[in-house]
Design a protein around this ligand. Structure first.
Ligand SMILES: Cc1cc2nc3c(=O)[nH]c(=O)nc-3n(C[C@H](O)[C@H](O)[C@H](O)COP(=O)(O)OP(=O)(O)OC[C@H]3O[C@@H](n4cnc5c(N)ncnc54)[C@H](O)[C@@H]3O)c2cc1C
Length: 370
């Protein structure tokens, strides 16, 4: 797994952490300086590759590609661009570093989730001959993060997480990532043979070399993909309104006790035309997709009404709910902190209340259709 270390740099103090400044490194104390300093010490030994999910599954990767090419200057950049079979490939992009662009497809790739993409990326890494030491980069977002974590486990590597800056320093990869709502910049350094990170570059990469067209290779992958799962809570939630901008949000907490509880909450949200979200423990348990986590480390919502069930109301959760939202809370514990914020509080077990509510709403919808 290699060596890793971490240090914290606050926003107010943009320079090198004390331990590093103590070694007498020169230059102005700015965040960019740190990146440039490490970049200048780059070795060419570590191979850099960008793993791109099919275009339909992510943001425009241009900024990531430009930054990765700047990081790879002096070496070669590999871009492993997956696409759905039959779909148009992502057009290869001219980049500053010599680039090998892998146009990759699979005859049955239809679902762009980590279960499908991880075995394909693993095979592509092999085909591209990406021997360690490597730095494998993915676009930021829940899909990139899950793929990075699972590839790190598969390849016995290390994932540095969501980085805003990356640099090579001798044998080490140094990633900078925000923490505590961006108030702190955490620097993680790893000498692992295989490092992964998701990267949304904070600043445009400094480019010193000429831009050149990549060498394009095509490959049809043959990795065995998992069978399509039965319809899950995740898929049902994908069809629901997004949390962003929702006027009505229904959310569940650990008290919902599992997917069955969330399916019921989903029925209610569906009837109300509401967006469905959850607390951190519900995301950790896999009942709710990460994109629907509400709170300090998830999404901020500002609906007119926030209807929440089985959520205790910790500050970390409530940090994701606007103070302008009216809150309706259901919790079996009359002492739950959520009641201190709620406009309407109902002390009840959801098992008693929600089935009745769902039936009432569905009956009302049928009556309206008649
Ligand atoms: C740095 C950091 C960031 C974090 N970020 C977030 C974040 O973004 N979002 C987030 O949510 N949390 C976050 N957390 C976690 C947070 O501290 C809490 O652990 C979390 O919010 C608790 O979630 P919960 O309310 O679902 O679970 P719990 O606190 O376990 O509450 C469950 C509630 O369900 C009730 N209940 C149980 N059974 C029933 C029933 N049958 N009917 C009705 N009610 C029932 C219980 O009375 C209880 O109040 C973060 C923590 C840290 C340290």
């Amino acid at each position: 797994m290699g060596r890793h270390r971490a240090c914290v740099r606050t926003r107010a103090h943009h320079g090198l952490p004390h331990a590093r400044r103590g070694r007498g490194r020169p230059g102005p104390r700015t965040g960019h300086f740190v990146a440039d300093f490490w970049r200048n010490r780059m070795t060419t030994a570590r191979r850099i590759a960008v793993l791109l999910p099919p275009a339909e599954a992510g943001d425009n990767p241009e900024k990531l590609l430009v930054a990765a090419a700047a990081l790879a200057q002096g070496g070669t950049l590999d871009v492993l661009a997956l696409r759905q079979s039959g779909a148009a490939p992502l057009p290869p992009q001219n980049l500053a570093a010599p680039t090998r662009w892998w146009d990759l497809s699979h005859p049955t790739l239809a679902r762009f989730d980590a279960d499908n993409l991880v075995p394909l990326f693993a095979q592509a890494i092999d085909i591209a001959g990406l021997n360690t030491p490597t730095l494998l980069l993915l676009p930021q977002g829940p899909l990139g993060e899950e793929c990075a974590a699972r590839l790190a486990s598969l390849l016995q590597g290390v994932s540095l997480g969501r980085c805003t800056d990356l640099a090579l320093a001798g044998e080490e990869v140094v990633g900078t990532r925000p923490a505590y709502g961006g108030r702190v910049a955490l620097q993680l350094a790893s000498a692992a043979a295989c490092c992964l990170a998701t990267w949304r570059p904070a600043a445009p990469a400094p480019v010193t070399a000429q831009w050149a067209s990549p060498q394009v290779h095509q490959a049809v992958l043959s990795a065995v993909l998992p069978p399509a799962p039965e319809a899950t809570v995740d898929e049902a939630m994908d069809k629901m309104p997004a949390l962003e901008g929702a006027r009505l949000v229904v959310s569940g907490g650990r008290g919902m006790q599992g997917e069955t509880g969330f399916a019921l909450l989903g029925r209610i949200a569906g009837q109300l035309g509401a967006a469905l979200g959850g607390s951190l423990p519900t995301v950790d348990a896999g009942w709710v997709p990460v994109a629907r986590q509400i709170g300090q480390s998830g999404k901020f919502v500002s609906p007119r009404i926030y209807f929440t069930v089985g959520v205790s109301g910790t500050p970390q959760h409530m940090a994701g709910v606007s103070s302008d939202s009216r809150i309706i809370a259901v919790n079996k514990d009359p002492g739950a902190p959520i009641f201190a914020r709620a406009d309407v509080g109902v002390v009840a077990e959801w098992q008693e209340l929600l089935p009745l509510l769902a039936e009432e709403l569905e009956a009302a919808a049928v009556a309206t259709d008649r």
